[in-house]
Design a protein around this ligand. Structure first.
Ligand SMILES: [Cu+2]
Length: 281
């Protein structure tokens, strides 16, 4: 056959093969696009993949995406149920940390997601393990694997004793990308009921006073205190950042009756609250 006939045939063949791939084959859609692999955990016939934006666990709030691969068929399982238990082994005891349940990521076929808030770690990232329990087609599976949790640069979470003798864990979730603006500030607040149980604390107030210690400890206008949102169980307020640099977000935790559980006002004589989070941009 002459070349002038072959070229159109080749083009038509290419067109059909391409359009077929994108329309019908779900494996060409990358459901973890933009995420970095943290770790894979193999358990018999399944491999569990853990992802987040940075490809590593760090102290503070971690949003985590998971997939379960069936190693026999090399496909991702779409109808599993999962739960998890992070554990830190310390010299004298072991404890867990605040975590969400694991749910199917909205609009995704193969991705599940949830969050874990690591309140501490060892200098070399050691100490933590993650147990994953999952059910596929009525059969239960469980696997435990060592994980690394690195220390985040700034104080993005705080673990403290309240004046009511309860231990609390507070974690900064937003702003993830702060700007010179009034930013939405989102935090999670949990009570350490025991070594394993960290329920959400509802209906408290978190007073906010951001300061720049490197610049005469100046504040910023139009901040608002954080209040509880029962739609998603997090606290929200307005965080005003007037310039780039290091900010100390001085906080005061008040219970539903207005009693101070932790933190102090920033004054001429007291440049920082004992309860604070840090932010640098
Ligand atoms: Cu610990």
């Amino acid at each position: 056959m002459k070349l002038k006939y072959l070229i159109p045939i080749a083009c038509i063949a290419l067109f059909f093969s391409c359009s077929t791939d994108t329309d019908d084959d779900p494996t060409t859609i990358n459901e973890v696009e933009g995420l970095e692999l943290i770790q894979t955990i193999t358990n018999g016939n399944e491999t569990i993949e853990l992802y987040n934006e940075k490809g590593m666990f760090e102290t503070g709030y971690n949003m985590i995406s998971l997939r379960i691969k069936d190693n026999t068929t090399d496909t991702y399982i779409e109808d599993a149920t999962l739960s998890w238990m992070p554990m830190m082994q310390m010299p004298s005891m072991e404890h867990s940390c605040p975590k969400s349940s694991i749910t199917k990521a909205s609009g995704k076929d193969t991705v599940y997601e949830g969050f874990i808030i690591y309140q501490m770690t060892n200098d070399d990232g050691s100490g933590w393990s993650l147990t994953l329990d999952y059910n596929i087609d009525g059969t239960d599976y469980s696997v435990t694997e060592t994980i690394s949790v690195m220390q985040y640069d700034n104080q993005n979470s705080a673990s403290f004793m309240g004046s009511d003798d309860n231990r609390y864990i507070l974690a900064l979730i937003e702003p993830k990308h702060p700007g010179i603006a009034v930013n939405t500030m989102k935090v999670g607040l949990f009570k350490m009921e025991n070594m394993m149980t960290f329920p959400v604390v509802e209906d408290n107030t978190i007073a906010l006073d951001p300061r720049m210690p490197g610049m005469g400890n100046h504040s910023s206008p139009n901040n608002t205190d954080l209040t509880f949102n029962n739609a998603d169980n997090f606290y929200y307020g307005n965080l005003s950042l007037t310039m780039t640099g290091y900010w100390r977000l001085n906080l005061k935790l008040l219970d539903a009756s207005g009693a101070v559980l932790k933190g102090e006002n920033v004054t001429e004589d007291n440049e920082s609250s004992s309860l604070y989070l840090e932010l640098e941009f």
